[in-house]
Design a protein around this ligand. Structure first.
Ligand code: NAD
Ligand code: LMR
Length: 342
């Protein structure tokens, strides 16, 4: 079971890696929002990782039962439960990676920005605790609107004097997972071979798949580009509508988040060949935060890969310019929120 998970999630140069011998499990991962739709399957996937020695489950809702259930899986990692703000510091002490899917999901008719009023405050208070208890950890933010919650987190960490831009990530892996799936289906390619970089942000038109940079090289007609781009941009809404008021993507998100956690742990473990798309502080464009392919190393982002933005098609160049005002406004909204708080 562990090998099949590792085969599926652990990728080197976007190729599957078969782990014949389980690697030493030594890393601790905390999930904040662990009782939720994403948190529970994500906890299961992380429990299956051979790199993990402990999974810390934290939520404002009781996580005791979830932890008891998960702890019976015969994989090496320990499962510890932490419920409510009084137990949050202990949930965070000593962890290498903190994943944050805490917050409310969309219902049909809502934008991700409609979640701002509730989720901004949740992310702010959780990041304050991260700053106080595990300032060295990699921070993975899933809570929407990611375009604003990541800048909020950065401001909070700055105020606490512990901001390391290399270790703060907005999780956009699901956009890549979707792009890979939809392109493989459309072009009858082997799923495992396909890799599409997705840049910009994580909402509507700010999600920009660079189909011209698809590996292996594929040619698309103009209408295929338009159709695929729109499907990838609207994929979250596709799930929200199909779930008809009961939430948004949880299983595919947990899968994507587990891939990003596994990549981060491999990088911390010394693998020098880890690349993922994610939303980070960036100088790639004039915007202070931007999602792109980055090289991740032991200390976080080692390099932002600029080559993906060179030689774009006219369609992609126009879409890149078109997304900038919305992304800029979302970043500024997050920064303003964090700075107006005491
Ligand atoms: P959910 O409602 O099923 O779960 C959220 C969990 O967060 C709940 O268990 C809740 O008790 C917990 N929570 C609320 N406030 C908390 C706090 N202060 N501290 C700790 N836990 C707290 O929602 P979900 O489907 O798991 O989605 C969670 C978030 O992830 C949403 O904001 C959603 O929009 C976002 N999301 C992001 C992506 C992405 O690609 N980045 C994909 C899917 C969903
Ligand atoms: C997604 O892309 O599935 C998430 O951002 C959740 C949503 O609200 O669409």
């Amino acid at each position: 079971l562990r090998d099949s998970f590792t085969t599926c999630v652990t990728r080197k140069n976007h190729e599957p890696v078969l782990c014949q011998q389980p690697q030493a499990s030594s890393f601790k991962v905390a999930i904040l929002g662990a009782a939720g739709g994403i948190g529970q399957p994500l906890a299961l996937l992380i429990k299956m990782s051979p790199l993990v020695s402990a999974v810390h489950l934290y939520d404002v809702a009781d996580v005791k039962g979830i932890a008891a259930d998960l702890s019976h899986c015969n994989t090496p990692s320990q499962v510890l439960d932490f419920t409510g703000p009084a137990e949050l510091p202990n949930a965070l002490k000593g962890v290498d990676v903190v994943v944050i899917p805490a917050g409310v999901p969309r219902k049909p008719g809502m934008t991700r920005d409609d979640l701002f009023n509730v989720n901004a405050g949740i992310v702010k208070s959780l990041i304050e605790a991260v700053a106080d208890n595990c300032p060295e950890a990699f921070i993975h933010i899933i809570s929407n609107p990611v375009n604003s919650t990541v800048p909020i987190a950065a401001e909070v960490l700055k105020k606490k004097g512990v901001y390391d831009p290399k270790k703060l990530f907005g999780v956009t892996t699901l956009d890549v997972v979707r792009a890979n799936t939809f392109v493989a289906q459309k072009k009858n390619l082997r799923l495992i071979d396909v890799d599409v970089p997705v840049v910009g942000g994580h909402a509507g038109i700010t999600i920009l798949p660079l189909l011209s940079k698809t590996k292996p090289s594929v040619s698309f007609t103009d209408s295929e580009v338009q159709e695929l781009t729109m499907r990838i941009q609207n994929a979250g809404t596709e799930v929200v509508e199909a779930k008809a008021g009961t939430g948004s993507a949880t299983l595919s998100m947990a899968y994507a988040a587990a891939r990003f956690v596994e990549s981060s742990l491999r990088a911390i473990d010394g693998d020098a060949d880890v690349y993922e798309c994610c939303y980070v502080q960036s100088e790639l464009t004039e915007l202070p935060f931007f999602a792109s392919r980055v090289k991740i190393g032991r200390k976080g982002v080692e390099a932002v890969i600029s080559s993906d933005l060179r030689g774009l098609t006219e369609y992609e160049s126009e879409a890149l310019e078109a997304l900038k005002p919305e992304l800029k406004a979302s970043i500024e909204k997050g920064v303003a929120f964090a700075n107006k708080q005491p």
